[in-house]
Design a protein around this ligand. Structure first.
Ligand SMILES: [Fe+2]
Ligand SMILES: [Fe+2]
Length: 239
């Protein structure tokens, strides 16, 4: 029997402030009636304040009736309270993935925020000053946690949820000077190895909407500012 496709709605970089309440309520209601699951790919708040997450949750709670998964973005760390932001989301029934995996409707989801470091042969290596090594170590740690999450999934289909990009292609349109801070090829390796079906990321506000890993896995940049040209602050992909 043919399995029904899962409609995945995804968005990122909502950057909710204390006074943003109401801005995306309509979009969330649309998502809830046209998709089976909603992925929130980080930068959900502007300054990483729990009050900002509360404003977002007020819009989500009254509109979204489908399962939700999230990863945090760099903005959600800005005030040094990522666990409080995560708790607000968690209390509203949103599963915040930080190197974890979860199965929903027979499809596996692995999520981690990711980190910078650059791409391909120009990727930053752990060499020289301790601070550079620490930066690279953070990047490696996210890739390892993604790998561990993927290894736990027994499902036929696997989806990866990130804030940072695993490929350079979806960053096209951003200033090349900041590419190395928008993602890292280290994230691409486990995605290819575990033959993931699709990858969703945010963070690249000025990037392009689609790319592929070196083995042809589709990568979707669902940053709401980048999606603006489509007329909707989210994207729905069927798997
Ligand atoms: Fe952002
Ligand atoms: Fe970001």
């Amino acid at each position: 029997m043919a399995k029904r496709a899962l409609r995945i709605a995804a968005t990122a970089d909502l950057h909710y402030g204390k006074h943003s309440r109401g801005t995306l309520h309509e979009a969330f209601a649309e998502i809830s009636s046209s998709a089976d699951i909603l992925l929130l790919c980080g930068d959900l708040t502007d300054y990483g304040l729990p009050e900002e997450a509360e404003a977002l949750i007020a819009d989500i709670r009254s509109a979204v009736k489908i399962p939700m998964l999230a990863v945090l973005g760099n903005h959600d760390f800005e005030s040094g309270k990522p666990e409080l932001v995560g708790k607000v989301l968690d209390d509203a029934g949103i599963n915040v993935l930080d190197g974890e995996a979860i199965e929903i409707a027979g499809v596996g989801f692995a999520g981690v925020a990711g980190f910078g470091g650059g791409f391909g042969r120009r990727m930053l290596n752990a060499w020289g000053e301790p601070l550079i090594k620490q930066f690279v170590q953070e990047s490696i740690s996210h890739a390892v946690r993604l790998e561990q999450a993927l290894a736990k999934l027994q499902t036929e289909q696997r989806i990866v949820v990130l804030h940072y990009s695993p490929i350079r292609a979806t960053l096209e349109g951003e200033d090349p000077e900041i590419f190395a801070f928008l993602g890292s090829s280290r994230l691409e390796e486990p995605i290819n190895r575990f033959r993931v079906n699709a990858v969703f990321h945010g963070h690249a506000h000025n990037g392009i909407l689609e790319g592929k890993t070196s083995t042809g896995i589709p990568v979707y940049n669902v940053s709401a500012p980048a999606l603006r040209k489509t007329g909707k602050p989210y994207r729905i992909v069927e798997v």
